[in-house]
Write a protein that binds this ligand. Structure first.
Ligand code: DX5
Ligand code: ZN
Length: 218
């Protein structure tokens, strides 16, 4: 895909230095930040919520784009708090939403972009009816909950199908994406690339980010 953007996931960074880790990613050429919110209910792990996002916004200034990956059971509950905290995009899980249409509307009214995510077990057909109302579809390439898992190549047909049906839709992949798997994502048509451990554990994050963007944009 042309114009691929790279969004590091800071889940596997040193969370005691979250602000510094985000700055390190931005200094290394990150196009946006993918911030993983987990509630210990929708997924078996807990991270952080809107108070931390508010602090990050204060520290990092207005420019960085915050893509909130909301792995929470009641996504409608955090729309306003996240908007107030300074989130730019609110990506919720279709599996967790009672009323996706109302949620999409609420996210927009709160001035954020709309992302809609599906877990590996969720068929892309369930996302399709909403595709014309959202800014971005997130096709999970691992079971959400933890960084450092193995990329699920069998999710690529979902990405490819979405790309053919909705040529101008932003399509994000998340989970196990790095230098070894980026070409599959690019081939399928993803243009927003989340990468956590592959970037975080590298001694040269800038070169990994550049490599991912170059391979993806070819
Ligand atoms: C997993 C999170 C991902 C994760 C990606 O539930 O949504 O964003 O941090 O990390 P890697 O790239 O290590 O799979
Ligand atoms: Zn994520």
């Amino acid at each position: 895909a042309s114009g691929c953007r790279i969004g590091p996931s800071i889940l596997n960074s040193d969370l005691a230095s979250l602000g510094a880790e985000c700055l390190r990613m931005l200094d290394s050429g990150a196009d946006y930040l993918h911030l993983d919110v987990m509630d210990g209910h929708f997924v078996p792990n807990i991270t952080f919520g809107h108070p931390v996002v508010e602090s990050l916004r204060k520290q990092l200034g207005q420019d960085p784009f915050f893509d909130m990956h909301m792995m929470v059971s009641r996504p409608e509950q955090w729309v306003k708090p996240m908007a107030v905290a300074g989130a730019n995009q609110y990506t919720f899980h279709l599996e967790a939403a009672d009323n996706p249409g109302a949620l999409i509307k609420d996210i927009r009214e709160n001035g954020m972009k709309v992302g809609l995510a599906i877990k590996p077990g969720t068929s892309v057909e369930y996302l399709a009816p909403w595709a014309n109302q959202i800014d971005m579809a997130l096709v999970m390439t691992v079971e959400p909950g933890f960084g450092g898992q193995k990329f699920m190549e069998d999710m690529m047909p979902k990405v490819h199908w979405l790309r053919t049906q909705f040529p101008s839709l932003d399509i994000e992949v998340d989970g196990g994406v790095g230098p070894d798997t980026i070409h599959k994502c690019a081939e399928a048509g993803a243009n927003m690339i989340v990468s956590g451990s592959a970037i975080m554990r590298s001694e040269d994050p800038r070169s990994v980010i550049n490599l991912l963007r170059n391979v993806c944009s070819e």
